[in-house]
Design a protein around this ligand. Structure first.
Ligand SMILES: Cc1cc2nc3c(=O)[nH]c(=O)nc-3n(C[C@H](O)[C@H](O)[C@H](O)COP(=O)(O)O)c2cc1C
Length: 189
C-alpha cells in the first residue's frame, strides 16, 4: 500500500514538472525580451540601471565612449555644451553585440546634460534600429528634472512606443529603491 502511494505521488510529481515545462515552451519571459541600455559619466545613472535590471532580469548594456570624457567636472560640462550645441555624436567604444530583434522593450538611461540626454545616447539610437520597440527612459538629473530629455528621445525615435519615464534626482539614487519598484510595477514588472 505504501509503495503504491509512493508510486502514485511520483507519477503526479513527474506529470506536474512535464506540464509546467510544456506551458513555458516557446514563450519568452519578459526579462528575456528586455534590454537595459545606459550611459553614465559619474555613476548615478549606472546605479539606477543596475537596480532596474535586478528587477526586470533583462540584458544590461553600458554605453561607453571610444574616447572617454575627462574626469574633471568643469571640463566635461564645457565639452558637453559644445557637443550638444553642434550636434556632435561621440563614437561608441563598441556597439551592442547582441541580436536586437530578440528584445521588444528597451530601457534607455541617461544623465540630464544641458537639459537633454548625453550626446552618446543619440549615437547609440542612430546606430541601431529601434523602430517598433517599446522604449522606457530613465533619467538622473542635478535638479533640473526631465527638461527636454524625454521629448528629445521621442523626436529621435518617432517609430517607437514610449512608456512612462522615471526621472530621479542623481543625489538620491541610492534611496530610490521604492520609487523604482513602484514605477516598474506600474509597467507590469
Ligand atoms: C555635462 C553635464 C551637464 C549637466 N547638465 C545638467 C542639467 O542641465 N540639468 C540638471 O538637472 N543636471 C545636469 N547635470 C547633472 C547630472 O544630470 C546629474 O548629476 C546626473 O545624476 C549625473 O548622472 P551620472 O552620474 O550617471 O553621470 C549635468 C552634469 C554634467 C556632467
Amino acid at each position: 500500500m505504501k509503495n503504491l502511494f509512493l508510486f502514485l505521488t511520483s507519477i503526479i510529481f513527474c506529470f506536474n514538472i512535464c506540464f509546467a515545462e510544456d506551458t513555458n515552451k516557446g514563450e519568452k519571459s519578459m526579462g528575456e525580451k528586455t534590454l537595459v541600455v545606459y550611459y553614465s559619466w559619474g555613476g548615478n545613472t549606472k546605479v539606477v540601471a543596475k537596480k532596474i535590471n535586478e528587477i526586470v532580469k533583462g540584458t544590461i548594456f553600458e554605453i561607453e565612449l571610444k574616447v572617454p570624457y575627462t574626469t574633471d567636472y568643469k571640463e566635461v560640462v564645457e565639452q558637453a555644451k559644445k557637443e550638444i550645441q553642434n550636434g556632435i555624436r561621440p563614437e561608441l567604444k563598441e556597439n551592442f553585440s547582441g541580436d536586437l530583434s530578440k528584445y521588444d522593450t528597451i530601457f534607455i538611461g541617461s544623465p540630464n546634460w544641458w537639459g537633454t540626454v548625453a550626446p552618446v545616447i543619440m549615437t547609440f539610437i542612430e546606430k541601431n534600429n529601434l523602430e517598433g520597440k517599446t522604449i522606457i527612459p530613465f533619467i538622473t538629473h542635478g535638479s533640473g528634472g526631465r527638461q527636454n530629455t524625454i521629448s528629445d528621445l521621442e523626436k529621435a525615435l518617432p517609430k517607437s512606443t514610449f512608456k512612462e519615464a522615471l526621472i530621479l534626482n542623481g543625489s538620491l539614487v541610492n534611496k530610490s529603491d521604492d520609487e523604482i519598484k513602484t514605477w516598474l510595477n506600474k509597467l507590469g514588472y
